[in-house]
Design a protein around this ligand. Structure first.
Ligand code: GLC
Length: 330
């Protein structure tokens, strides 16, 4: 393991254990990401505004959970005590309430903390202070509210930094929320292989997450935020044996990892940009959701009304074919 200046509190990586362990059951099974809303610099900046009607539509469509990506770092002061903006937090409160009132599990996800990816040590205190405030604010919230520590650690947030920070953040949260489910993914943008590098804690209420967008040139063709993605236009997913096998192998690895460590796991993001051809997109989404279902992997589609959309948030209309592909034999 390479460390770049961050202390790895727990020292060596957890030793591989041979015997599978019982996995605590989690209730989430299929959800949707409310992407491009509260993770934009300001709500609405990226054209997505989620309203109460969307939450009820999500529930009616058969989803049981929502993941709410929030850019808390854009709404907290830059200096101690790093106070969260009360006006912005009213919006977050309302979003959580809407989800819970509609009978949905709600994952509150700290998204797009770009500064910490560049300077993990300098930003650590601020990150922990933000989590302390969130934990205190929501300590009496329904158990169906889950916390997700940090979306897609990358850049200078390597394994050493991340293992150190995640242990401290969980410690902060546990002071006021001893039982709440906490979701943690590995580095390299929550890559599935990075789960192996997470130092596991003695905590029964942690869910491991990974993101899955393979083949990336297919899922992200034409994505404005990905370098060279314009060149990938027209990439299809035909559902050949080879293409399917590539996905099944990775999901089998995830299943093994979860069994080995006795930790529930979640595919917290997966999806295909709406620019891809419709048939390929539906085919891939149906296959992914089905393969996850077969292995008991909970999944959260990315996203509702952003670039990977399954709904037009203006009209409230679902893309019924894609929705059907995801829900399979509901
Ligand atoms: C990650 C990014 C988000 C992006 C999505 C799909 O969640 O944080 O901005 O839209 O992946 O690429």
């Amino acid at each position: 393991m390479i460390l770049t200046g961050c202390v790895n509190v727990n020292g060596e990586q957890a030793v591989e254990e041979a015997t599978p362990k019982a996995i605590p059951p989690i209730s989430i099974s299929r959800g949707i990401n409310l992407g491009n809303w509260l993770e934009a610099p300001e709500p609405g900046d990226w054209g997505v505004m989620i309203e109460p009607r969307h939450f009820s539509a999500i529930r009616e469509a058969g989803f049981d959970s929502v993941r709410i990506p929030v850019r808390f770092s854009a709404h907290a002061s830059a200096h101690p005590p790093y106070t969260l903006d009360p006006i912005f937090m009213d919006i977050v409160d309302e979003a959580i309430q809407q989800g819970l009132q509609n009978g949905l599990y709600v994952i509150l996800d700290f998204h797009h903390y770009e500064e910490i990816m560049q300077a993990p040590q300098e930003q650590a205190e601020r990150f922990l202070a933000i989590w302390r405030q969130l934990a205190e604010r929501y300590h009496e919230a329904d158990d169906n509210l889950y916390f997700e520590l940090l979306n897609e650690p990358h850049g200078r947030m390597d394994d050493g930094c991340w293992n150190d920070l995640l242990a401290k953040a969980i410690g902060e949260i546990r002071v006021s929320n001893p039982e709440r489910w906490i979701i943690v993914g590995g580095v390299d943008f929550n890559h599935i292989d990075a789960l192996d590098e997470i130092v596991l804690l003695e905590d029964e209420r942690i869910i491991a997450t990974f993101h899955f967008y393979e083949p990336f040139k297919f899922s992200h063709q034409g994505a404005s935020w990905v370098e060279n993605a314009a060149q990938w236009s027209g990439v299809q997913w035909t559902g050949s044996e080879e293409e399917k096998q590539a996905i099944e192998t990775v999901l089998d690895e995830a299943t093994q990892w979860s069994r080995l460590h006795g930790m529930p796991w979640l595919m917290g993001e997966f999806g295909v940009i709406a620019k891809a051809d419709e048939t390929s997109r539906q085919r891939w989404s149906a296959f992914m959701a089905d393969q996850a279902r077969q292995r008991g992997i909970a999944w959260i589609y990315w996203d509702i009304c952003g670039e990977f959309q399954v709904m037009d948030c203006g009209t409230g209309k679902w893309d019924q074919s894609l929705l059907g592909a995801l829900m399979g034999g509901r």
